[in-house]
Design a binder for this molecule. Structure first.
Ligand code: SF4
Ligand SMILES: [Zn+2]
Ligand SMILES: [Zn+2]
Length: 303
């Protein structure tokens, strides 16, 4: 297998582009895809302050790494979810990554913030773990970005994640989600920070190759609470399809962004957003879903 660019020995095949690259040209390809995502969706500009939500997994460390290499001012935010050894190991990876690069890292702990680790917290909240965890993370990402004066929050979502979410939203016809699924979510309300996904053009496999070739040490195991998640089944199905028809995932998601999403967006009714009476973050209710969940956990924890 030869590199499509230089004819040298290729190390990463990319079937959907009918290409293969040596390490040097794979890095170039990778950065080009990130650059294209940033420009096409006006994610951020040079000089913007970027907060990267890092979990210790390959995607978030890869996006942090590539943004630092490209010269962006990118700081990390690690949320310690209090999920036993998984959280300990992932935190170690993130601390090491930041230390090696002399990068700025903010750390927030769910236990310190709300008095309980994620599994216990979710039980008290009467919600599935991922639903409680998702609300906590969204709230803390936004709060930390506001406190630190960041222009944008970056997450490591990749093409596989986005295609799987899209498949789930279509199978269930979640019209509201279809209108909002995008590589960039603008700050449409006061106290809301813009969100961006610069890796949405790259697959999980490409990101794993990037980490291996760059020597990025990431946590390989999945969060133990993710077991049985529908997204895992959707990813499996999409991978089967990709095997039969290379490029299917990209056509599915990029085609949706270009031709499908505008229809759903146009159908969407404008909802009124206002500051939560408790925390001030934007919500469509008097009190936001996160504050309501905290009230419930507080009530459940009371003797
Ligand atoms: S799998 Fe669920 S519990 Fe684990 S980090 Fe993701 S959202 Fe949180
Ligand atoms: Zn090459
Ligand atoms: Zn609130």
């Amino acid at each position: 297998m030869k590199c499509t660019k230089c004819g040298g020995k290729a190390v990463v095949p990319i079937k959907r582009h009918n290409a293969a690259f040596c390490a040097e040209h794979f890095f170039e390809y990778f950065e080009n895809q990130v650059e294209r995502a940033i420009k096409e969706h006006r994610m951020f500009r040079r000089g913007d302050k970027i907060l990267v939500a890092v979990s210790g997994g390959k995607d978030s460390l890869a996006v942090w790494d590539v943004l630092l290499r490209m010269g962006y001012e990118a700081h990390g935010l690690y949320i310690d979810l209090g999920i036993g050894e998984y959280s300990q190991r992932s935190k170690e990876k993130v601390l090491k990554f930041a230390e090696q690069r002399g990068a700025t890292l903010r750390v927030v702990s769910i236990e310190e913030e709300f008095g309980l680790g994620t599994p216990e917290f979710a039980r008290k909240a009467g919600r599935p773990a991922c639903s409680a965890c998702g609300l906590n993370k969204r709230y803390l990402f936004n709060r930390e970005a506001l406190r630190g004066g960041y222009d944008v929050i970056v997450t490591g979502h990749n093409l596989d994640d986005e295609a799987a979410t899209l498949l789930g939203n279509i199978l269930n016809w979640n019209v509201g989600y279809l209108a909002r699924q995008s590589p960039v979510l603008e700050a449409t309300a006061p106290n809301l920070v813009k969100k961006a996904k610069p890796l949405y053009r790259l697959t999980e496999r490409e990101i794993a190759s990037y980490c291996v070739l760059r020597g990025i040490d990431y946590i390989v195991e999945e969060c133990p609470m993710a077991k049985g998640a529908k997204s895992i089944e959707y990813k499996y199905l999409l991978n089967q399809l990709e095997e039969l028809s290379p490029g299917a995932k990209a056509r599915f998601f990029f085609g949706f962004l270009e031709k499908g999403r505008p229809h759903f967006e146009a159908e969407q009714e404008k909802v009124e957003v206002r500051p939560c009476q408790v925390c001030g973050q934007p919500t469509t209710a008097e009190v936001c879903a996160h504050c309501r969940m905290l009230q419930r956990v507080g009530a459940a924890a009371a003797p």
